[in-house]
Design a protein around this ligand. Structure first.
Ligand SMILES: NC(=O)c1ccc[n+]([C@@H]2O[C@H](COP(=O)([O-])OP(=O)(O)OC[C@H]3O[C@@H](n4cnc5c(N)ncnc54)[C@H](O)[C@@H]3O)[C@@H](O)[C@H]2O)c1
Ligand SMILES: [Zn+2]
Length: 356
């Protein structure tokens, strides 16, 4: 199953195929003229899948490997510099290619290295987390974090090919799988298609990571992002809807110094919060519909939230503050909109969610 995404600089393919990693180079080959492949992985994905991917690309080019420590801290300026210098020491030139094997962290930092090394070289994304397959690897955004905030330096530099092997999800830790499911739930709520009904129908098989079910679910969930980035490549409008549930999620993560809830757990609270706010300001009451999805994927657990005032302060620092917090809310299932929400409504809802 594949999609083609047009961009101002040519189009690229997003593809899902069981067992793809073993033959990655024949499906997502290095571009014409490439002599070297810089394979970037984190410690986990290098150990699990590095060898088979390297072996595949060795049939086409010389492969050099750079392994990052696993985790968000690798999305740093230090890693980026290390990647640049490694590429330079390997005499990589503009026709060579970076292959990013891993989750959103590897994709974001390796993609940004590709965007900037030698003023831009091609890259191929081999996403190995659910979040990266349905979200991060699609749309061409690359970034690193700064001590001042997440994703503060980056650029739009789409890969030339995104190739996802659903088999890799079998090794994903449970918490990472849930984080991906939170984004899938978000996609289901903001899109009018059948994804929401399918998720509810197939919840048991999805939770059990039944391979046939995942193989069908992944392209369906990814297509929501594909459709949005097709019409809004550089986040001028609609693409912001992908941040549904993320206003509060980011605030929770910031207040907890990224040591508390996982991204998916925070998004789950954010989605519920958006539904409660919508109901309170007179939009349709879709709280039960949100809860049904969150419950199905064990994303409605009791959680400890930071203090309401701290959350509101963190949200205000968000660029979407305009005389009240601008929220993405649903005016019906599958139909997001934006609305300015007064602080007192937000505080009330945070109280209902259990924040002090
Ligand atoms: N560029 C974008 O548009 C975009 C969109 C959403 C999120 N992001 C970014 O994505 C990042 C989060 O991505 P993520 O959730 O994939 O995190 P991640 O890349 O850190 O991966 C999560 C963990 O799973 C491990 N892992 C990866 N694949 C595995 C596998 N198949 N089996 C076992 N373990 C595996 C990793 O080593 C890591 O420890 C954030 O930095 C976020 O900002 C980017
Ligand atoms: Zn997210």
């Amino acid at each position: 199953m594949s999609f083609e995404i047009p961009t101002t600089r040519g189009s690229y393919v997003v593809e899902f195929l069981e067992g793809a990693l073993r033959k990655a180079a024949s499906i997502a080959p290095p571009p014409y003229g490439a002599e070297k492949v810089l394979l970037v992985a984190d410690a986990t994905t290098a150990a699990l899948y590095g060898e088979q991917v390297a072996r595949s690309y060795q049939e086409h080019a010389q492969v050099v490997t750079f392994t990052l420590p696993s985790g968000e801290s690798s999305k740093s300026a230090a890693t980026l510099e290390a990647l640049w210098r490694f590429a330079a020491s390997e005499n990589m030139h503009r026709k060579d290619v970076i292959v990013a094997l891993g989750g959103g962290v590897v994709g974001d930092v390796a993609g940004f290295a590709a965007a900037t090394f030698a003023r831009g070289i091609p890259w191929i994304a081999l996403p190995t987390t659910l979040l990266a397959m349905v979200d991060a690897s699609i749309g061409g955004k690359t970034a690193i974090d700064l001590p001042e905030g997440k994703n503060l330096a980056g650029s739009f530099h789409p890969p030339i090919h995104v190739l996802a092997d659903p088999e890799t999800l079998q090794t994903l830790p449970e918490r990472e799988f849930r984080t991906g499911l939170a984004e899938v739930v978000k996609h289901a709520l903001i899109s009018p298609g059948p994804l929401r009904a399918n998720l509810l129908d197939q919840q048991a098989a999805i939770n059990a990571r039944e391979p046939f079910t995942l193989a069908a679910l992944l392209p369906e969930a990814a297509s929501v992002k594909v459709e949005i980035v097709r019409v809004d490549e550089t986040e001028q409008g609609e693409r912001a809807y992908l941040n549904y549930g993320h206003t509060l999620a980011h605030a929770i993560e910031t207040c907890q110094g990224y040591q508390g809830l996982s991204h998916g757990e925070a998004v789950a609270v954010g989605l519920r919060c958006a539904a409660l706010i919508a109901r309170k300001i007179g939009l349709p009451d879709l709280v039960d519909e949100h809860d049904a999805l969150l419950t199905a994927f064990k994303l409605r657990q009791p959680v400890e939230l930071p203090a309401s005032d701290d959350l509101v302060t963190a949200m205000r620092r968000d660029k979407k503050y305009d005389q009240g917090l601008v929220w993405i809310l649903l005016e019906e299932l599958g139909r997001p909109t934006t609305a300015r929400v007064p602080d007192n409504v937000v505080l009330e809802v945070l109280g209902e969610l259990g924040a002090e």
